[in-house]
Write a protein that binds this ligand. Sequence first.
Ligand SMILES: Cc1ncc(COP(=O)(O)O)c(C=O)c1O
Length: 447
Amino acid sequence: MERGANQDHVFYRNPRKFYPTVSHGQGIYLYDTDGNRYIDGSGGAAVVGIGHGVGEITQAMIRQAEKVSFSHGSQFTSEAAIAFADRIVSLAPEGLSKVYFLSGGSEAIETAVKMARQYQVDRGKPEKYKVISRWTSYHGNTLGALALSGHTGRRRNYIPLIQHTPHIVSAYCYRCPFDLNPETCALECAEDLERTILYEGPHSVSAFLAEPIVGATAGALVPRDGYFQKIREICDRHDVLLIVDEVMTGIGRTGKNFGIDHWETIPDLIVAAKGLASGYNPVYCVISTEEIHRTIKEASGAFVHGHTYSQNPLSCAIGLAVLSYIDENQLIPRCAQMGRYLLDRLQILTKRKIVGDVRGRGLFAGVEYVRDKETKEPFDPGGKVNALIGSTAFQKGLIIYPGGGGADGIRGDHSLLAPPFIITENQIDELVRILDETIEEVEGSIM
Ligand SMILES: Cc1ncc(COP(=O)(O)O)c(C=O)c1O
């Protein structure tokens, strides 16, 4: 039975919905105060990598808090920040060697955009300011990050408040914007970047921003091999920086350190986030090339930017403990291995009438739902199919991350899966069984 909305002083995302009270977490499970157990099949929103309740992290938290929790980034550095940055650089592609710490993904995206802009000014190209991004993308909800995001539903109310920026088509093979076959296409979706740079004027374009594997807006859209290599070539040809948004995909989630590592492409800036501290603390970062850092250092001398909690010792110590734990337990190769198992098991969902596509890389997978498999016609958004599947799974003890709008900005339904890297084969079997049961039930009620 549906329960009424919570009646307390918290301003909830959806004030009409009932939210159970979380009690504790252990491994891949979350528990509520009524004693219900949930498989955290999406790691919240692709946040939790090492699992809940890891004692080593709590110990690291306490050790740092007993020394110092906060010092301001304009006044001190800390041993924790130095060691954490060292560790991140050791995982990053060659040439990316400086780490700017932040506390949120939207904040980190805007930091990367500003860093790119200041670099252009400092190298004597002040006319370069535009940032091109893609439709069917998500880069955050603050006004600057929302302007760059390509999700119609999330942008619609706020259009009058945001700057208009150019967007290109996404690399969405299941719904190819050019109606081409990914086996034989010439990566026309990447060529759209070149066309847009030329229309906008290469002299005015500072950077191109993209998620290596799209998460929230479409459910683990993996581009065709060669896409990012081509994007890199186009950026180089027109003197445009490449910023990759690894807020969901870094670190480790796709079975490699960063999502972009699947395509041997070296970006100029990486925004990395959720997996850095696995939910134990909000710590995000922008990783820049030596060249960007050196240019800013030698020209204007300081990056005109900053946030109060950037680089605070407590967050950095927690992030460092999480990355050490990932390394000691070899969780990134495990994520790759379990990811193959998950994707294999998820194929059974394609027997369902409403499952149009199953895709992903590592423990980052998407299931797309359609009204008609032949035509790929999406459901009417009024039916809220993705939310219905999400809430039905939740009642059955499985947390997934529902999303919509992938097909044309408004229509399109999917579920995103991103379980902790420690998940076992048996637990994956249980996850898939509950999801299959959920889809069967929802299918029966709407078709
Ligand atoms: C790819 C991507 N970029 C940016 C963000 C924004 O991060 P935050 O919610 O921490 O502001 C998200 C959030 O889900 C995301 O998935």
